[in-house]
Design a protein around this ligand. Structure first.
Ligand code: BTN
Length: 267
């Protein structure tokens, strides 16, 4: 494998005109560069942007990640986008949105030939390495709360451009995927998955578990937001969307944190 930069065609916004998924009609804006598409979409949501606004950047220079991490991507190497959604659901259902976006990305990657899996809560893996990160943020606005669903998929990123060893890209997995085609597939799939969830929220859990490499029966280390960590064996996904782990001190349900999939040698 060489580290030469492959050809990186620009996104073609004209072929995204009129794209829909379920109840969502999208309005896609492509910007050449932005610090963070989530920051741009959040500002627009605060100003009242309708459900379906998509902001995608060819080059993201200071992207926001989970747990205060950053997410930067070289020009045209990745798909970095943020989608405004306005789900009219009880607050107790909001924690499922990041998982729903993970399901949508995994389904879309499978549709273009990549055998993607999920690591709880919503990292998308290819060959056990992270190919996509997702950050869903809740934005308060005069028209009610909005969700900004931020998605970053490494498409043609080379090994030398990846920020961490545990990451990969579609190209490194041997897949030559056109970003515009992938974006259209993703928007259709996300809109349909979201619409199905609004109609029948309970059904998403089985779809999530089906795609998830974390449950059940996986040895994991859970790193909690307070800096502590614990190891155990995963059991299930709770109704809350949390991860149920059997530990030495009994079952615990983790609602926020990072999971490391362990191999026997790492324990
Ligand atoms: C993670 O830490 O795994 C989540 C990374 C999320 C990155 C995406 S890229 C597009 C969108 N804009 C941002 O600023 N972040 C998200």
């Amino acid at each position: 494998m060489t580290d030469a930069t492959p050809p990186r065609p620009p996104l073609d916004p004209s072929s995204l005109d009129g794209v829909t998924g379920g109840r969502v009609s999208y309005e896609v804006e492509v910007v050449a560069a932005a610090p963070s598409t989530n920051a741009l979409a959040a500002a627009r949501a605060q100003q009242g942007a309708a459900e379906g606004l998509v902001i995608t950047a060819e080059h993201q220079t200071a992207g926001r990640g989970r747990l205060d991490r950053t997410w930067e991507t070289p020009d045209r190497a990745a798909l970095t986008l943020s989608v405004v959604l306005r789900p009219e659901v009880e607050p107790v259902r909001w924690p499922w949105l990041p998982l729903l976006v993970g399901v949508s990305v995994a389904r879309s990657l499978r549709a273009v030939g990549a055998p993607a899996e999920l690591k709880w809560p919503n990292d998308v893996l290819l060959d056990g390495r992270k190919v996509c990160g997702i950050l869903v943020e809740r934005i308060e606005s005069a028209g009610g709360p909005a969700a900004v669903a931020g998605i970053g998929i490494n498409v043609s990123t080379t090994a030398g451009e990846l920020p961490i060893d545990a990451a990969t890209s579609l190209a490194l997995a041997g897949l030559d995927v056109d970003r515009t085609t992938l974006l259209a597939t993703l928007l259709r799939t996300l809109g349909q998955t979201y619409t199905d969830w609004l109609a029948d929220p309970a059904a998403l859990r089985a779809s999530y578990v089906d795609l998830c490499a974390t449950v059940p029966g996986r040895r994991v280390r859970v790193e909690l937001p307070d800096g502590t960590s614990t190891t155990g064996t995963t059991r299930d996904i709770a109704e809350s969307g949390g991860l149920v782990v059997a530990t030495e001190r009994g079952d615990m349900t983790v609602n926020a944190g990072d999971v490391v999939h362990l191999r026997a040698v790492e324990e």
